[in-house]
Structures are given as structure tokens and as C-alpha cells.
Design a protein around this ligand. Structure first.
Ligand SMILES: *[C@@H]1O[C@H](CO)[C@@H](O)[C@H](O)[C@H]1NC(C)=O
Ligand SMILES: *[C@@H]1O[C@H](CO)[C@@H](O)[C@H](O)[C@H]1NC(C)=O
Ligand SMILES: *[C@@H]1O[C@H](CO)[C@@H](O)[C@H](O)[C@H]1NC(C)=O
Ligand SMILES: *[C@@H]1O[C@H](CO)[C@@H](O)[C@H](O)[C@H]1NC(C)=O
Ligand SMILES: *[C@@H]1O[C@H](CO)[C@@H](O)[C@H](O)[C@H]1NC(C)=O
Length: 447
């Protein structure tokens, strides 16, 4: 009984009984088995846990297990590990002494389907003078994620990690977010030869440390780089840093404090492989630089852009929400556009003709603007609205700003008859009649 009780924590940690006591719960909807070291053993759901594909160990201090650093799983345990369907291991809210990691990794190399390991809100404790053993079993893990973790500096980890080289070479996804990281040592970056996706959002990378982290030969196969919410301040520096990444397709620079414009004197051109560029909330005022012709998604939302002139023949999505546009930018040179967001700007009317000429346009987000609901414009808006599911969230939050008598009314409620649009020619007509009568009268007097 005791064996089974502690089975999951044994699985997760590679620890021997009876120290690993935990309470496990099976969450069927997510195929998840959550075990807590903080609670005492309860047996109820353990057998269900055998079906789980994700195992999570949540809450506690693993220091007391530090003595089990050198561990070889018994054949009995190996059989169980191999029979399990586990794809993902998650460690949450834990204090983790690094000495147990080699043992845990040794265990983790056995479940054949295991492909993801995650550490969330964990503190890694490193014992002075300790380093990783020379040889570790290769892992078949393709994604490794650290979120809100604290550890000693990476700077002197090169030797530690060299024992993991074979594993790091096959890793495809590395996420290291919200962990106050300032840089990745160049030599470590060079070990990740197979990495496709690197996410270091929410850290403290600066222009210089970014450049040294992406040194020559580091992350050579990178296709996606996320630098959201760091401390970058220069487009030029970022651009020059990513130029050697000739497979880079997706670059996220959102929420960094860049200067308002990209200096047009810059010689740097973005990698031609780039397809997705996220510059949302970066303080942009002008977009003057040339973008690779094959760009497919461009996010410029949350900036201070008031005019824009783009020519991108392959562009599918253009996001301009939350800017200072007073008119919709020309879409003539964006023939493949499918999604256009211009909501939360200061736009007074939508150029329905040129928009409706876009053959591929599927979604137009244009709420929260300052619409002019006078006769000529109301028709344009309603033409667009009459195309099924084109205008996002229509009619909510599409309101008139002018004429003053209709301020805050919904555009939808402004029918041409309410606005007396059709009466306009009649009014004009009566004015003409009036004028000509006056003229006649004048003539009469003059005679
Ligand atoms: C993070 O983990 C620590 C234990 O390592 C825990 O005390 C704390 O409550 C956790 N914080 C959050 C936000 O989960
Ligand atoms: C690694 O996992 C994949 C499935 O994700 C599997 O096809 C492959 O055989 C595994 N390789 C090893 C060495 O276990
Ligand atoms: C890498 O991460 C992306 C995005 O989260 C995901 O779509 C992809 O399946 C992951 N690849 C692997 C091999 O785990
Ligand atoms: C760009 O980044 C922001 C976060 O800053 C995110 O909300 C948005 O979805 C991203 N845009 C695209 C097109 O992925
Ligand atoms: C209009 O937008 C506001 C946010 O600005 C939102 O809270 C509200 O639900 C929207 N109204 C409708 C009817 O969608």
C-alpha cells in the first residue's frame, strides 16, 4: 500500500520511499494528475492517475529529498514508467535543490511519450561547489518551460550544461518567462542547435545583453523569438541582432520602450524570412522602414501612429487598434488582406469602396471610433455592415460622434430616413426655387 501511495511523487521526483508522501487528485477533464507534498496521503484517486497524460507536483520544499541525488530506478519502477501515458511533467510552487535534478531527469528519461517539462514559480537552490554529473541519460523532451523561477546566475553553468548537450540539441521549444533574466551566456545559446522557438518575455533583457545572448552561432535554427515586455530601447540594435537568424519567421517585440520612430538612416534590414512582426505597445509614431515583402502579420496596435503607408503584397493581417488614425490607411497595396483592425482610433468614416474591393477581407474591426453620421458617410458604414460577419462586434460600440444631435447614438440606428437623407435634394430644390423667385422678384423691381 505504502508503495502505491507515494507512487506519483516517486515518479515525479525519482525518490525512494517512504519520504515521498503526497496527496494526489485526478482531474479528468484535463487528463491531469495533481499531487501535493503539503498534504498527507489520501489514496482515493491514485489509480485514476495512471491514465493521466500530465502529472503536476504542486507546493512544497524538496530539500529533504536532497539525499536521494544518486538514484537508479529499479526494473519494477522502470516497467511502470514505460507503461504510462505521461506526456508532460509540471512542477509548481516548489523549492527545488538542484542536486535532485539529475535523479529526476534520469527518471524522466524513461516514459517514452514524455515531451514537455515545466517549472512554474519554483526556486532552485544550488549547493556551493556542486555541479551536474558528467553523464546524463538523453531525454526525449522537445519543450522546456520555466515561468517565474528563481535560480543562481546562468553565467557559470556552461560545464553543468555540457552534460546535457545531447538533450539540448534536440530541444525545440524553450520558454523562460517572468524570471528577471538579464542575458543568456553566448556559449549556452550555442548548445541549442535544434531550437525553433525561444520565448524570453517578461525579463530584463537590454539591447546589449540581447546582442550578446544571440551571439554568432547561438540558436542557429530559431524560427520564433519572443521578447515581449523586456527593456529593449533600439530598433537598430534589435534588427542588427536578429539579422543572422536567417530562418526567423516570427518576432515579438511588443511592450518594449522604443523611440517613437525608426531612424530612416538605419542600414539594417529585417531578415527576409520574417512573416510575423509584433510591435504593439512600443511607443511608435512613424513607420518609415521597409519591411520584408513576404510579411503576413503585422501588429502595430497600441501606438501613436497617425498616418501609415504600407506596400506588402502578402500581408494577411494588419492590426492598428488603439492608435491615432483619423482615416483608414490606404489598402491599395495590401491586396491579400484578410483581417484589418482599426478600432479605438479617431476615424470618422470608413472608405467602403476600397475596403470592399479587397477580395480576401474577412474581418474588419472598427468599433470605438468617432463616426460622422451625416448622410454620405452613414451609407458607407451601412454598406460594410450589410456584408455578413465582416464588421467585428457590429453594431455594439459603433457610435456617432457627429452631427452633435446624434452623438453617442448607435450607427445602426441611423437609417437614411431618420437622417432625412432623401429629403436633401428636395430641400436643395426648394432653395433653388426660392432663389429663382427672389431673382424674379428683383428683376421685377428693377424693371
Ligand atoms: C510561489 O511558490 C512559493 C513556494 O516556493 C509559495 O510560497 C508562493 O505562494 C507561490 N506563489 C504563487 C503566486 O503561487
Ligand atoms: C521520442 O518521442 C517520439 C514521439 O514524440 C517518438 O516517436 C520517438 O520514438 C521517441 N524517441 C525515443 C528515443 O524515445
Ligand atoms: C512548441 O511550442 C508551440 C507554441 O506553444 C507549439 O505549438 C508546438 O507544438 C511546440 N512544439 C513542440 C515540439 O513541442
Ligand atoms: C502582439 O503582442 C500582444 C502582447 O503585447 C498580444 O496581445 C497580441 O495578440 C500580439 N499580436 C499578434 C498578432 O499575435
Ligand atoms: C463596448 O465596449 C466596452 C469597452 O469599451 C465594453 O465594456 C462593452 O461591453 C461594449 N458594449 C457592447 C454592447 O458590446
Amino acid at each position: 500500500m505504502c508503495r502505491t501511495q507515494a507512487f506519483v511523487s516517486l515518479l515525479l521526483l525519482g525518490l525512494k520511499l517512504p519520504e515521498a508522501k503526497s496527496d494526489c487528485e485526478f482531474v479528468e477533464s484535463e487528463n491531469l494528475c495533481v499531487c501535493s507534498l503539503l498534504k498527507e496521503s489520501q489514496m482515493d484517486n491514485l489509480f485514476e492517475c495512471f491514465q493521466a497524460t500530465t502529472y503536476e507536483l504542486r507546493g512544497g520544499n524538496l530539500e529533504k529529498f536532497a539525499i536521494f541525488s544518486d538514484l537508479t530506478p529499479s526494473p519494477y519502477v522502470l516497467d511502470i514508467l514505460t507503461a504510462l501515458h505521461v506526456r508532460k511533467l509540471v512542477f509548481t510552487d516548489l523549492l527545488v535543490p538542484e542536486v535532485i535534478l539529475p535523479g529526476a531527469l534520469e527518471f524522466a528519461s524513461h516514459p517514452p511519450l514524455l515531451s514537455e517539462i515545466e517549472f512554474v514559480n519554483c526556486t532552485f537552490l544550488r549547493r556551493a561547489g556542486w555541479s551536474y554529473p558528467r553523464r546524463l541519460s538523453p531525454l526525449n523532451v522537445s519543450s522546456l518551460r520555466f515561468h517565474r523561477v528563481t535560480a543562481d546566475s546562468l553565467a557559470d553553468r556552461r560545464n553543468d550544461l555540457s552534460s546535457l548537450t545531447r538533450w539540448l540539441e534536440t530541444l525545440e521549444n524553450l520558454t523562460l518567462t517572468d524570471s528577471k533574466v538579464t542575458s543568456i551566456p553566448c556559449k549556452i545559446g550555442q548548445m541549442f542547435t535544434g531550437l525553433h522557438r525561444l520565448d524570453v518575455s517578461g525579463n530584463h533583457f537590454q539591447d546589449g545583453s540581447m546582442r550578446s545572448s544571440l551571439c554568432q552561432g547561438a540558436f542557429p535554427g530559431l524560427q520564433e523569438l519572443r521578447l515581449h515586455h523586456n527593456r529593449l530601447t533600439s530598433y537598430d540594435a534589435v534588427c542588427e541582432t536578429v539579422v543572422p537568424l536567417n530562418m526567423l519567421m516570427h518576432l515579438d517585440l511588443s511592450q518594449n520602450d522604443f523611440p517613437p520612430g525608426f531612424s530612416s538612416s538605419s542600414q539594417c534590414t529585417w531578415p527576409q524570412s520574417l512573416r510575423v512582426l509584433n510591435l504593439s505597445s512600443t511607443g511608435l509614431k512613424h513607420v518609415e522602414w521597409s519591411l520584408p515583402p513576404n510579411m503576413e502579420i503585422l501588429d502595430l496596435s497600441g501606438n501613436s501612429i497617425s498616418t501609415l503607408d504600407l506596400s506588402l503584397p502578402a500581408l494577411k493581417e494588419l492590426h492598428l487598434s488603439n492608435n491615432r488614425l483619423q482615416t483608414v490607411p490606404s489598402v491599395k497595396k495590401l491586396p491579400r488582406l484578410e483581417v484589418l483592425s482599426v478600432d479605438r482610433n479617431q476615424i470618422s468614416h470608413l472608405p467602403s469602396q476600397s475596403l470592399l474591393q479587397l477580395k480576401h477581407l474577412q474581418l474588419l474591426k472598427a468599433s470605438h471610433n468617432l463616426y460622422d453620421c451625416s448622410c454620405p458617410y452613414i451609407k458607407e458604414l451601412q454598406d460594410l455592415a450589410s456584408k455578413p460577419s465582416l464588421l467585428a462586434s457590429w453594431p455594439h460600440n459603433y457610435t456617432c460622434q457627429t452631427p452633435p444631435s446624434y452623438r453617442d447614438s448607435l450607427v445602426k440606428d441611423m437609417s437614411p430616413s431618420t437622417l432625412q437623407c432623401n429629403k436633401a435634394p428636395l430641400l436643395q430644390g426648394s432653395a433653388v426655387i426660392l432663389l429663382s423667385s427672389l431673382h424674379l422678384l428683383l428683376c421685377l423691381f428693377l424693371i
